[in-house]
Design a protein around this ligand. Structure first.
Ligand code: HEC
Length: 141
């Protein structure tokens, strides 16, 4: 009896211990991704969308279309963050071919083909994914 419960306790301790070891690098990597996304957002997006992503950056009043409030994307989508749509909106490469010019810059090209292209920051797709993760972390519930 007593040996059994002690064994059970060691087993659950071991499970907790290995979960901590297995999960912590994953969590650290997620933080890093969000951090990289925040840096890119502040550098490239905040001028229009605002430092808090609420759509009120210094350039906003010069645009014909108001930059979207990026903190309510989840709310607008009915409670689930529409990550793929957001990434596609940022990337823009597919959009532009079919819809012509738009006020929102096409970051898929920008991160790929211009001086903003920086292999140390990862591929265009990785950077867009990181920005998407960062935006997800800002959503108002
Ligand atoms: C020059 C100003 C400008 C910059 C810089 C800019 N955006 Fe936008 N963004 C807009 C405008 C304006 C819209 C509204 C849609 C349109 O007119 O094309 C928009 C729309 C969006 C949307 C779609 C929102 C929705 O409701 O579907 C997302 C997502 C987005 N921007 C993310 C970003 C990210 C991320 C960056 C930086 C990598 C960025 N934007 C940089 C102006 C800008």
């Amino acid at each position: 009896m007593r040996t059994g419960s002690r064994l059970r306790r060691s087993v659950s301790f071991l499970a907790l211990f290995s979960a901590t070891i297995i999960l912590s690098p994953t969590l650290a990597a997620a933080d890093e991704t969000i951090e990289a996304g925040r840096a890119d957002f502040e550098r490239h997006c905040a001028v229009c969308h605002g430092i808090n992503a609420a759509g009120n950056g210094p350039l906003a009043s010069y645009l014909i279309r108001k930059p979207a409030d990026l903190t309510i994307l989840q709310k607008k989508a009915g409670g689930e963050f529409p990550g793929d749509l957001v990434s596609a909106a940022i990337d823009g490469r597919a959009d532009v071919a079919t819809h012509g010019p738009r006020e929102m810059p096409v970051w898929g090209y920008r991160f790929r083909d211009t001086p903003d292209r920086n292999p140390e920051k990862g591929s265009a797709d990785q950077r867009i994914r990181a920005i998407t993760r960062y935006l997800e972390s800002l959503q108002i519930k």
